[in-house]
Write a protein that binds this ligand. Structure first.
Ligand code: ADP
Ligand code: ZN
Length: 528
């Protein structure tokens, strides 16, 4: 549309003020809005809470026609549309939750040019009937929300997103804006190539969320640690607690309720009414905690979530960043707390080994996990490490556990040699493989029934590791796993040497390790 190019951005500013009630654009918003109003394509990488919605909502109101928003979040479309209707924006959605009559109404409004925004589930767009419908009205722009869903290797792949590459061929004059809060270089490149957005302007915001305090604690009794966190730092606050399994979601929610904390569970195994009710309560009530699997949270806009706690290790840094990013959208101080232990590493490695897909897929999952482990074991600033992961730089932040209570590092070379040689001896002298528990018992010289049964007290490494405690040895195992100096396999988490282990055993390589701060509270004391 040639005339759109001359529309001054002050129209956009007026809409921002009159319709949405905000004084000014934030960050890149103004440049993005201006670019899309002018008919340009855009790729927007902006952290959660950065304000992506306005980037397509404002242009949809300024440009002639209806802004068509493709979103995978069917469960949230009603909320999004309600919020828009409440400020007087004419919005509607089309998805599988509607009956024929409801759909027909929305379609008629669109064709009559009475909609500013139309939300569509991606599978709708692959239907010819939807395409014909779009031809009968006027489309102002296509907004592709949660654009990382097009990434086949990412953690939220939706096959229907692949079909979105056809938008441009069918409607070459309609600008497209793809948005996501997931922003590794690889995902970014995939969005650009799969959606044919090579010519689009790329807007990459800083991924720093300075108000979030990142903390990763050794996992001892995770539920109790969580309760302690809530009671001492976040009493009465809204928060999200992520667990890996449905079972632990249920148990953790029950545990909190028994301890007088208001908490509800959320996972895909609950019936849809319970899920919807718990989600609605979370959005509307003050100070409710949702204990959830990662099924919960995408697209949830609750500004005052004060903490996000992970009781299990996320599978990737992207996932961790997205999930923790749900804290503190209002910019106020918030906590991202993760409890992490050896068992997490064993469990995740096992899940990768037994996952479906080919070797390349498993390798990819392993790389994701390795990056997550590196974040857990770093002695550097967590934020710097996170930003580096997203290809951005930063300096030590003063607002993460490693900045507040710098972990000492120690020369773990001898400990590593002892542990690796125990694994080596079992394997080569006995042809046996064991998990971390047994190896540590051997190093500590414990006469357990299992040690006696296997005559492990006769190994030369029996009892050579009494200088460290059991939990310190677990730390050694974890860090060796994180550094690729040890591998784990199978249901029992048996430990194996890697190629790199040989360098340590052969005294060709030093191993630095992170010494855990004695008590997590130390970081809190420093923070206040
Ligand atoms: P995202 O989709 O990037 O996670 P949202 O679009 O949901 O972020 O916006 C996050 C919050 O910031 C919302 O509550 C929104 O109303 C608010 N917001 C966005 N842009 C502005 C602005 N320019 N001024 C004030 N608040 C804004
Ligand atoms: Zn820091």
């Amino acid at each position: 549309m040639a005339s759109a190019e001359t529309i001054p951005v002050s129209d956009a500013l007026q809409i921002l003020r009159r319709v949405f009630g905000y004084d000014a654009f934030r960050g890149d918003q103004e440049a993005i809005v201006e670019h899309v109003i002018g008919g340009g394509d855009a790729v927007v990488l902006m952290p959660t809470g950065g304000g992506k919605s306005l980037c397509y909502q404002v242009p949809s109101l300024v440009r002639e026609g209806t802004g068509v928003v493709i979103s995978p979040l069917i469960a949230l479309m009603q909320d999004q549309v309600d919020a828009l209707l409440a400020v007087g924006v004419r919005a509607g959605f089309l998805n599988s939750s509607q009956d024929f009559e409801q759909r027909r109404e929305v379609e008629a409004a669109f064709v009559a040019g009475e909609l500013d925004l139309l939300y569509l589930a991606p599978e709708r767009l692959s239907m010819e009937s939807t395409r014909t419908l779009l031809d009968r009205g006027k489309v102002a722009l296509f907004a592709i929300d949660e654009a990382h869903c097009v990434s086949q290797w990412g953690h939220d792949f939706r096959p229907d997103y692949l079909g979105l590459s056809e938008l441009h061929a069918r409607w070459p004059d309609v600008p497209r804006i793809a948005l996501t809060a997931t922003a590794t270089k690889a995902t970014h490149a995939e969005i650009v190539s799969r959606l044919g957005l090579g010519e689009a302007r790329q807007f990459v915001a800083s991924f720093d969320r300075p108000n979030i305090q990142y903390r990763i604690a050794p996992k001892a009794e995770p539920k109790k640690q969580l309760l302690d966190l809530i009671r001492t730092e976040h009493p009465g606050d809204a928060g999200i607690v992520y667990c890996l399994s449905r079972n632990s979601v249920e148990k953790t929610a029950e545990f909190l309720v028994q301890n007088g904390i208001s908490a509800v569970p959320y996972h895909a195994g609950l019936d849809s009414r319970t899920r919807a009710r718990n989600q609605a309560r979370f959005l509307r009530e003050d100070g409710l905690i949702v204990v959830a699997t990662i099924a919960f949270g995408m697209g949830i806009d609750k500004p005052d979530v004060r903490f996000v706690a992970h009781l299990d290790l996320p599978k990737s840094v992207e996932g961790y960043y997205q999930e923790t990013g749900r804290a503190g959208r209002d910019g106020l101080p918030s906590t991202a707390w993760l409890a992490y232990g050896l068992q997490d590493v064993v469990q995740q490695r096992r899940m990768i080994q037994t996952s479906e897909g080919d070797d390349a897929h498993r390798r990819r999952l392993s790389q994701h996990l390795d990056a997550m482990l590196a974040l857990c074991e770093t002695v550097e600033c967590r934020r710097v490490q996170l930003l580096n992961y997203f290809g951005q730089s930063g300096s030590p932040c003063g607002n993460c556990d490693t900045c507040l209570t710098p972990p000492e590092s120690w020369d773990g070379t001898i400990a590593a040699q002892k542990l690796l040689s125990a694994v080596y001896r079992l394997q080569h002298e006995r042809g046996q493989k064991f998990g971390a528990g047994q190896i540590i018992d051997i190093l500590l010289g414990k006469q357990t029934p299992k040690v006696t049964q296997h005559r492990h007290d006769q190994l030369s490494v029996f009892g050579v590791g009494t200088e460290l405690s059991e939990s310190e040895w677990r730390g050694v195992v974890r860090q060796l796993l994180a550094q690729g100096l040890l591998a784990v396999e199978g249901d029992y988490g048996t430990l194996l040497l890697t190629e790199a282990s040989g360098e340590v055993l052969g005294r060709k390589r030093e191993v630095r390790m992170r010494r855990e701060p004695k008590r997590e509270r130390a970081s809190r004391a420093a923070a206040t």
